[in-house]
Design a protein around this ligand. Structure first.
Ligand code: HEM
Length: 171
């Protein structure tokens, strides 16, 4: 006597029908969905912040450290503002055409369009160059440079003479 298939006892053809191609696709999709849900995720990290720029007070001797010879940024001062001109290393770095300005108060040289040594403040311990003797044209030229640098470079500090109150405050 043949055994009759009943709902409680599925026959071999019913069991095999679970493995139809469409079911296999559905099972694969389900497995993929579960995997996508549960897979370990890489935690998104924020891009590294640029190094903080600290606005500081420089005296002329301190500024000379930043002339591009050591492994440090290159700074120069224009009308009391200290610019980080490191991106212009080709201009201001050692051997560059304007290396004379690196680490110094470049104001007078820029105003007069001269690279002469006498343009640079001689006594680094003394007062800052007051630039009082510049004529209108020279002052305009200097301000033109200043505007260009303000657009191009970061101001990282202020140039003050040795012994100024502002130097004492920072200590
Ligand atoms: C023969 C005369 C000169 C020539 C042919 C000349 C040529 C140049 C050239 C081609 C540049 C690059 C410009 C750029 O890519 O943005 C430059 C930049 C510069 N020049 Fe001259 N220059 C001369 C005289 C001077 C003088 C007399 C001064 C001031 C004393 C001066 C100060 C500068 C400075 C400071 C920069 C760089 C500006 C920056 O950082 O973007 N140049 N020069």
């Amino acid at each position: 006597m043949d055994k009759q298939a009943s709902p409680d006892h599925p026959d071999a053809t019913q069991v095999a029908s679970i493995g139809t191609p469409i079911n296999l696709i559905l099972i694969s999709l389900l497995a993929l969905l579960i995997y996508l849900r549960l897979r370990p995720r890489t935690i998104p990290t924020a891009p590294a912040a640029p190094p903080p720029t600290v606005f500081r007070v420089f005296t002329p001797p301190e500024l000379t450290e930043f002339d591009g010879t050591a492994n440090k940024p290159i700074y120069f001062a224009v009308r009391g503002q200290v610019f980080d001109v490191s991106p212009g290393r080709n201009f201001y770095g050692p051997g560059g055409p304007y290396a004379n300005f690196a680490g110094r108060d470049a104001s007078r040289g820029l105003a007069l369009g001269s690279f002469d040594e006498s343009m640079l403040t001689e006594d680094l311990q003394g007062p800052l160059d007051p630039l009082k003797d510049l004529d209108e044209g020279q002052m305009e030229a200097l301000k033109g440079w200043e505007e260009r640098f303000l657009e191009k470079y970061l101001v990282v500090g202020k140039l003050v003479p040795v012994g100024s109150e502002e130097v004492k405050e920072k200590k």
